[in-house]
Structures are given as C-alpha cells and as structure tokens.
Design a protein around this ligand. Structure first.
Ligand code: HEC
Length: 157
C-alpha cells in the first residue's frame, strides 16, 4: 500500500491507493483460439462440393442478371473461406502439414480470383477461374490420395 503524501495529490485522489491495481481485478479469461470442430469430410460435403457444383451449373451459360452474378460471387467466397477452414485442420503427420496448407491456400486464392471475376461479371474469366478452383481441389486430393475427382462442369454435359 502506498500513501500519497503531497497535499495536491491527496486533494485529487483521496488519501491512499492500493498497488498493484491489476491484482485486485478478477482474473481475465484466456483469449479464445481457432479450434476445428467438424470433420474434414463434412466441410467437403457441405461446403466445397455443393458450392463448386452450383457454380458449374451457373456458369454452364452466361449468367443473365446482376443477381445471378452476385450469387456466384457469394458461392465463390464461401469456397475461399472453406480454404481458410481447411487451414485450421492440417493432418497430424509432420510432412503432411506443409502440402496441406499450400493446397488449402491455393483453394482460397483461386476461389477469391473467381469471386473477383464474378464481381466484374466477366464470363470467360469466371469459367477459367472455376477450372482453376477445381485444379486446387484435385491437387489436394491427389497429394492426400483422396479418390475424388472434382469436375464442376461435369453436370452440364
Ligand atoms: C487441403 C486439401 C483439400 C482441398 C483443397 C479440397 N479437398 Fe476435398 N477432400 C480432402 C480430404 C482429405 C478428403 C477426404 C475426407 C474424408 O473422407 O475424411 C476430401 C474429400 C472430398 C469429397 C468426398 C467427401 C465424401 O463424402 O467422402 C468431395 C466430394 C470433395 N472432397 C470435394 C472437394 C471440392 C469440390 C474441393 C474444391 C472446391 C475440395 N474437395 C478441396 C481434402 C481437400
């Protein structure tokens, strides 16, 4: 405990102050950390696959109105965010981690490119970018021996 001696300080702050102040406050909660909760398979079935397929269908022909383009942009951004979610759950094996992070980042980047093409309503660019997204999916599947070949344009043939 420290007592303040100067008259001025006493007038301003009262007589005494407890030091250290921080200790008399309730303990702070630990800052939350990123923590994966779903299985990777669920992200594939619930986010990656449906959005990639829907984009393939949407880009089978040139989208007709601004609403369709805006929808496509949203789906592309969800794919990009799936890349972020994948980065939270790399495999436990030491030599699997770097390739996993690279492939997940590739998905994020290629899907962001697709979102930009959709925002610009550029059909040719958007189709090219969607093929780039599929390549990012397939590169990861190949390197982790997942027997799933992604072809978002398959449904419109
Ligand atoms: C960073 C790696 C990675 C990327 C990128 C990735 N996947 Fe996967 N994918 C996996 C893994 C690992 C599995 C196997 C999951 C399991 O069965 O536990 C999988 C499984 C799947 C499956 C099968 C799910 C099932 O029911 O068994 C589909 C469909 C799929 N991915 C689609 C996609 C699509 C579409 C993309 C791109 C938009 C994509 N994946 C990008 C790693 C990836």
């Amino acid at each position: 405990m420290i007592c303040v001696r100067s008259w001025f300080a006493v007038a301003l702050f009262g007589a005494c102050a407890f030091v250290p102040v921080a200790q008399s406050q309730p303990a702070k909660k630990a800052v939350p950390k990123l923590e994966p909760v779903a299985e990777t398979k669920l992200l594939m079935e619930g986010m990656a696959d449906p959005n990639a397929r829907a984009l393939g269908k949407l880009f089978a022909a040139k989208p007709k109105d601004a609403e369709a383009w805006a929808f496509a942009r949203g789906q592309a951004l969800l794919l990009a965010e799936t890349g972020n979610l994948l980065m939270m759950r790399p495999p436990k094996t030491k030599d699997g981690q770097d390739p996993w992070l690279m492939h997940a980042a590739d998905l994020r980047e290629s899907a962001t490119k697709l979102a930009r093409a959709a925002a610009a309503k550029d059909y040719v660019q958007a189709r090219t970018a969607l093929a780039g997204v599929a390549n990012a999916c397939n590169r990861c599947h190949q390197s982790f021996r997942v027997g799933v070949r992604v072809d978002p344009f398959a449904d419109d043939r």
